[in-house]
Ligand binder design. Sequence first.
Ligand SMILES: *Cc1c(COP(=O)(O)O)cnc(C)c1O
Length: 935
Amino acid sequence: MTSPFVSRHIGPDADEQTTMLKAIGYGSVEQLMDAAIPESIRFHGDLDLPAGISEEQTIAELRSIADRNVLATPMIGLGYYNTVTPAVIKRNVLENPAWYTAYTPYQPEISQGRLEALLNFQTMVTDLTGLTTANASMLDEATAVAEAMTLARRSSKSKSNVYAVDADTFPQTLSVLRTRAEPLGIDVVLVDVEGGELPEEFFGLHLQYPGASGAVRDHAALVEAAHAKGALVTVAADLLALTLLRAPGEIGADIAAGTTQRFGVPLGFGGPHAGYLAVRAGLERSLPGRLVGVSKDADGDQAYRLALQTREQHIRREKATSNICTAQVLLAVMASMYAVYHGPAGLRGIAKRVHGHALTLAGSLTAAGIPLTSGAFFDTVTAVVPGRAAEIVEAAAADGVDLLQVDADRVSISADETTTDAHVATVLAAFGAGVSAPAECGARPLARTSDYLTHPVFNTHHSETSMLRYLRKLSDRDYALDRGMIPLGSCTMKLNATTEMEAVTWPEFANIHPFAPSSQTEGYEHLVAQLEAWLAEITGYDAVSVQPNAGSQGELAGLLAIRGYHRSRGEAHRDVCLIPSSAHGTNAASAVMAGMRVVVVACDADGNVDLTDLDAKIAKHRDQLSAIMVTYPSTHGVYEQSIADLCAKVHEAGGQVYVDGANLNALVGYARPGKFGADVSHLNLHKTFCIPHGGGGPGVGPVAVGAHLAEFLPGDPLQQGDHHAVSAAAHGSAGILPISWAYIRMMGPDGLAAATASAVLAANYVAARLREHYPVLYAGENGLVAHECILDLRPITKATGVSVDDVAKRLIDYGFHAPTMSFPVAGTLMVEPTESEDLAELDRFIAAMIAIKGEIDKVAAGEWPAGDNPLANAPHTASSVTADEWTHPYSRSVAGFPEGVDRTAKYWPPVRRIDGAFGDRNLVCSCPSPEAFED
Ligand SMILES: *Cc1c(COP(=O)(O)O)cnc(C)c1O
């Protein structure tokens, strides 16, 4: 029996599907799928997955899994700390679809709320680190530190390949650093910062502040010595500690990196959390990741948008600063709101309390004759207990507190915001010590004297009423899936069902430390193993790792698996990665990170990989061929007939086939990449498997491989072996895996296949209805598209001057988020309606697009001048439409309430069209002073 959830997830009901099928000339969904998907790749069996169950049954199953996790008091530290998520933030951000169903703010006019929140995040990070520019989040601390390393490599004048790394660095950070360094020929050399010995030559120095042991050291002399060698210095700093300690920027650091997890973001067994990266003046243009900046709109009013997009992988491909695409926006918003809510005094108070507990621990241990490794610390003390470490950790665990056993002789204890006097007493009892007077901390000389978070936004919303209204004000400015469809090609903005979201905030999933003992994480291990097995079944591969915390990281992990495979066979020289010209920018950027050389393969006039050019490129690079990276269905939204051929050609030359699985929503239940010739894929759980986009993250990018690559999958970041880790935690962003688990569990094999068919039906319906108004650029053999379609605006632009931008912005006036703009083909719109939109919403979108075509025709006919028409002036704000003076050749009502818009439910963008270039020339990436808003 089909689960009742299937008809909640899939928008069009049977009657609506019949209507849609009629419009495209097919009698049934099965007929359509038979015609659309090449028989050579078609999977005709049933996926071996449990039958779908109801929402209530799913919650009950998840409940029983959650109950197998054990809630303890984690005082393990290593960059992960228990924290209190203010309830007003938990409910109104983390659990609020207005925030979590938004997309990356590429259309800034409908994203001003989250852009402001991210600007607050950037301001928070720059203030606390004492640097000038911070980006809008990284995937976690370890990857942020790795990005800092490559940033130093790009920016240092030193010719050395040596990256000097503080031996007191978090082990998981070290693991990811090694993973990322090796393919690039960077030599990671550990240095004992206590001894002050630096290598002869090096291009960068990484310092942990406070150290993994908790030690707080004065790094000023090391920074100076590194600069004398032409090296850049990164300080991985704890933001809460920085409320009390001298900032990295104040000791001359060039880069700061770390995590914002302890600013109110639950542990989640390792993620998702927002990492951060900040740089001094002069490095901002090589900063990886998304950067929010201030600019102005068409009326000259202040407005926010993503800055310096030209650095990014979408534009620069193999020359990009990094492959990062999806980041951690939702978590960055949470962390920034934690700072807004507490303000500088509140944060300082929390830090002092945390520090106070550490002082008591230190004083009491010392009084009991137990030495510490350092007398200067913030929240973490490491006790020296020769031969007794295991027994002490065990004793504390028996009383519900987890400590970190560093080795046989040392135990670390980290205090956090949730630590109480009782926890401290329990810990001390495990050491056989009582509570004594607090120690004098040796970090005093490093105390912070500078101000931070002085901007009014951090000093205003401290009552819950004010905070609630601030959150509401910002989310009201944004367009998310809770308002209407977001037909973004390649991004798969489908339903993120409430039931799927429920378990994320249960304490048994939310409050588990990534390094908790395995006896406490049975529930998580079960859920991860089951999800990995289901994903393997769905994709036809043999093994899956959910460790990569974005699609981009899955790409890197997959390419590293291919690299490892070739090397294991004595073919380390295979380093050429073929990538079609239509590929997503992350593909090329990831290949470079995996130490590969990118060779571009042309596409033919139909948008398919040009097999003649492929043959030529294979012939030319045969002996060096490592892999080909293709997206399937192609980024052109078509099921290419030649995929099986393509795989065979590459294999014959000794290469491996990487299929970018971002478009899996067109395949689930109908074709399996692992069975039609591919060796490895990454999936985007935040696309096909219902994890919400969060306004630009979190994501999960599992990597799936054939059996021959299984041994090269990412390893545990706490094991410093051959097995590279790509994220700081073994299961990456484990905290959001219950979402995808719940989706698959509720849909069952038939529901999943029905969703795929419905997505393909919707895309073909949109293509069929819009074809006579806008040319559909590419189609497969039967004139069918896959799950998305590209509308070609280039002829229109050529004839009328109306650009793809004008249409995208005008869609805002009609109450829509624009489709994907100018990817994969410049001057086009790529529409992906997904299976979740019902016929009424699809028709509303189609009607808006047709009405816009009518407006374009008026411009073409000269009825409206090219420079002054509803398209050129879009979007229209309420303020502009109600201005006392109106000089345009079209009416106010055409401007604000175009055809089909519900006058009682109008979405008004808060700003008019934003001038991105102005902001790039006058770069401002932190909160502007309130006076700046005045003129
Ligand atoms: C979304 C996407 C990616 C990148 O995934 P992220 O999670 O954003 O890193 C890669 N390839 C394609 C085709 C995509 O659509």
